[in-house]
Design a protein around this ligand. Structure first.
Ligand code: GLN
Length: 491
C-alpha cells in the first residue's frame, strides 16, 4: 500500500503494534489526504489539528509503554457533527448552533478517547441529521469521492465521504432512518446501525429519540466491528441503553454462511429499485447460495407503510427534541420586543427549511384532535412492522435487500422534491422502526462507476450473525475498489 491513508483500520492497528508505523505518521498521512481532497469534498466542518496531534503523540507514548487500549489506539477517527465534543465546535450543521462549544463529551466520544483514538474533527451532515444527501447542511454540501457532482448520501455524508476518500480511517455517524447505511452505500464503504440501545446516545444531539443510534462507517466489516467494540455497551447516562453484556462480534467473521437462512424481503427488492442495483444484489444472493446459504423469499407486508409511519414518528419526536433550541441556552440568539419574539426570531433565522418542515409536521401530528389519527396510527403501524420482522426472523437468520434504491444521485436532483429525497431511505427505515441492527456492504459498481450497497438486517442483538453474513458478502463481492478521489493522482 503506497499511502498510509489508504490502510484499513485492521492493517494500521497491526502496523502500530509491530512498530512498523506510528500514530503520528498515520495522522500526517491522513492530514495530507484531507489537504488534497477537502477543497473538493467538504467532508469536514471542523478539523482539530492540535487535538489530533496531541492524541497521536499520546497513543504512540502508550504503545512505547506497552499499553494497549484496544483496536482504535492511534487510529484517526472522524465524528459526525451531531456528537458533542468538549470544547470543539458542534453545530449539527445548523446555524442555530453556530459557535457552540459543548461543555462535555458524549459517551461514545469519551470511550473513543479512553481507547486511544485520534479524533480528527467533525464531519458535515444534513442539518440535525434530517436528510439523505448533506444538501440540507447550513454549511454547504459534501461531495461524493466517486463523482464530486453527486451527493455522498446523508445524513452522515461527511463521515462517509471522509472514510471513502482516506481523510479518516473510520468515522462515526448516527442512523435514525438510514443515515449511516445509505451514505456508506453511496460512497462504497461499510456502514452499520447497531441494535437500538447498544451504543449510548448520551451526547448525541437528539433528532428522533426512539430511532437514533450511533454507529461506525468503515472500509471493511472487520473495521466496523473494531469501531463498535470500542463505543458499544451499557451506559447509565442513557436510559435506553441496553444493560446486558456486549456480544462477541468477531468470532463468527470467518465462519461463512453455510447452513444459514437468508431471507429476501419481497417488498424491499425489485419494484422501485434501480435495475443495476437489483442486479448486483441478485448476483450476491447467487454467490451466497453457492457458499452454502439457503435463500428464502419472505414478505413483510406492513413494511409498505414504513416510510409513512416514519415521517410521522420522526418529525413528532423531532418537534419535541428541537424545542430546546430557543435562543435561551445554546448558540444563536436574535433579540425581539419580548421573550416570545426573541424565540421566534431565533428559530426563524436559525433553522433551515427541512428542519422547519419537520417541526411543523411533527407539531401538527401531535396536536389535539390529530394525535390519534396521525401519531397514534403511526405507532400502531410500527407495532405491525415489528411483528412482521419477528415472524420473518422465525424463518430466516438474516434478511437482505439493497441498502438504497439508487446509486449516488446528482447534487440538486432531489432538493426540490422532499418526497423523492425521503424515498432514498425506503429500504433502511424498517430496521430503525423495529430497533434491529443492519449493515451495508459494497458489492459492485453501476455502469456509471458508482458504488452499490447490499443490506444485511438481523433481529435485535443479532449483530454476531449480521457481521458473519456481512463478512462473507464482503469476501464474495471482493469489491476492493477505492474512490477515484482517494487516489493520489486526483486532488
Ligand atoms: N433521511 C432520513 C431523514 O431525513 C433519515 C435521517 C437519519 O437517519 N438521520 O429523516
Amino acid at each position: 500500500m503506497s499511502d498510509l491513508a489508504d490502510l484499513t483500520l485492521a492493517a494500521a492497528a497491526g502496523g502500530l503494534r509491530s512498530g512498523d508505523l506510528s500514530a503520528v505518521e498515520l495522522l500526517e498521512a491522513v492530514h495530507r489526504r484531507a489537504a488534497m481532497t477537502e477543497a473538493n469534498l467538504h467532508a469536514y466542518l471542523t478539523l482539530d489539528r492540535e487535538g489530533a496531534a496531541r492524541a497521536a503523540v499520546g497513543a504512540d507514548a502508550g504503545f512505547k509503554r506497552g499499553a494497549d487500549l484496544g483496536p482504535l489506539q492511534g487510529i484517526p477517527v472522524a465524528l459526525k457533527d451531531n456528537m458533542v465534543t468538549r470544547g470543539l465546535e458542534t453545530t449539527c450543521s445548523s446555524k442555530i448552533l453556530a459557535g457552540y462549544l459543548p461543555p462535555y463529551d458524549g459517551t461514545a466520544t469519551t470511550r473513543l478517547r479512553a481507547g486511544g483514538a485520534v479524533i480528527l474533527g467533525k464531519t458535515n451532515l444534513d442539518e440535525f441529521a434530517m436528510g439523505s444527501s448533506t444538501e440540507n447542511s447550513a454549511y454547504g454540501t459534501s461531495r461524493n469521492p466517486w463523482d464530486p457532482d453527486r451527493v455522498p448520501g446523508g445524513s452522515s455524508g461527511g463521515s462517509a465521504a471522509a472514510v471513502a476518500a482516506g481523510s479518516a480511517m473510520v468515522a462515526f455517524g448516527s442512523d435514525t432512518g438510514g443515515s449511516i447505511r445509505q451514505p456508506a452505500a453511496l460512497c462504497g464503504i461499510v456502514g452499520m446501525k447497531p441494535t437500538y440501545g447498544l451504543v449510548s446516545r448520551y451526547g448525541l444531539i437528539a433528532f428522533a429519540s426512539s430511532l437514533d443510534q450511533i454507529g461506525p462507517l468503515a472500509r471493511s466489516v472487520e473495521d466496523a466491528v473494531a469501531a463498535l467494540e470500542v463505543v458499544g455497551g451499557y451506559d447509565p447516562a442513557d436510559s435506553t441503553s441496553y444493560p446486558g453484556a456486549v456480544p462477541d462480534y468477531r468470532s463468527g467473521l470467518e465462519s461463512g454462511v453455510s447452513g444459514l437462512r437468508i431471507g429476501v424481503v419481497t417488498e424491499l427488492n425489485g419494484a422501485g429499485i434501480e435495475p443495476a442495483v437489483q442486479a448486483a444484489v441478485n448476483r450476491t444472493l447467487d454467490q451466497l447460495e453457492n457458499a452454502g446459504a439457503t435463500i428464502v423469499q419472505l414478505s413483510l407486508p406492513s413494511v409498505e407503510y414504513a416510510l409513512s409511519a416514519y415521517y410521522l414518528i420522526a418529525p413528532a419526536e423531532c418537534s419535541a427534541n428541537l424545542a430546546r433550541f430557543d435562543g435561551v441556552r445554546y448558540g444563536l440568539r436574535r433579540l425581539g420586543e419580548n421573550v416570545e419574539e426573541m424565540m421566534s426570531n431565533t428559530r426563524a433565522e436559525g433553522f433551515g427549511p427541512e428542519v422547519t418542515r419537520r417541526i411543523l409536521l411533527g407539531t401538527y401530528a401531535l396536536s389535539a384532535g390529530y394525535y390519534d389519527a396521525f401519531y397514534g396510527q403511526a405507532q400502531r403501524v410500527r407495532t405491525l412492522i415489528i411483528r412482521d420482522f419477528q415472524a420473518a426472523y422465525e424463518q430466516a437468520d438474516v434478511l437482505v435487500s439493497p441498502t438504497s434504491p439508487t446509486t449516488a444521485f446528482p447534487i440538486g436532483a432531489r432538493t426540490d422534491d422532499p418526497l423523492s429525497m425521503y424515498m432514498s431511505d425506503v429500504c433502511t427505515i424498517p430496521s430503525n422502526l423495529s430497533g434491529d441492527p443492519a449493515i451495508s456492504v459494497p458489492v459492485g459498481l453501476d455502469d456509471a462507476g458508482l458504488p452499490i450497497g447490499f443490506q444485511v438486517m438481523a433481529p435485535a442483538l443479532g449483530e454476531p450473525v449480521m457481521f458473519r453474513v456481512a463478512a462473507e458478502v464482503e469476501r464474495l463481492a471482493a469489491f476492493g475498489v477505492r474512490a477515484p478521489l482517494a487516489s493520489s493522482e486526483v486532488g
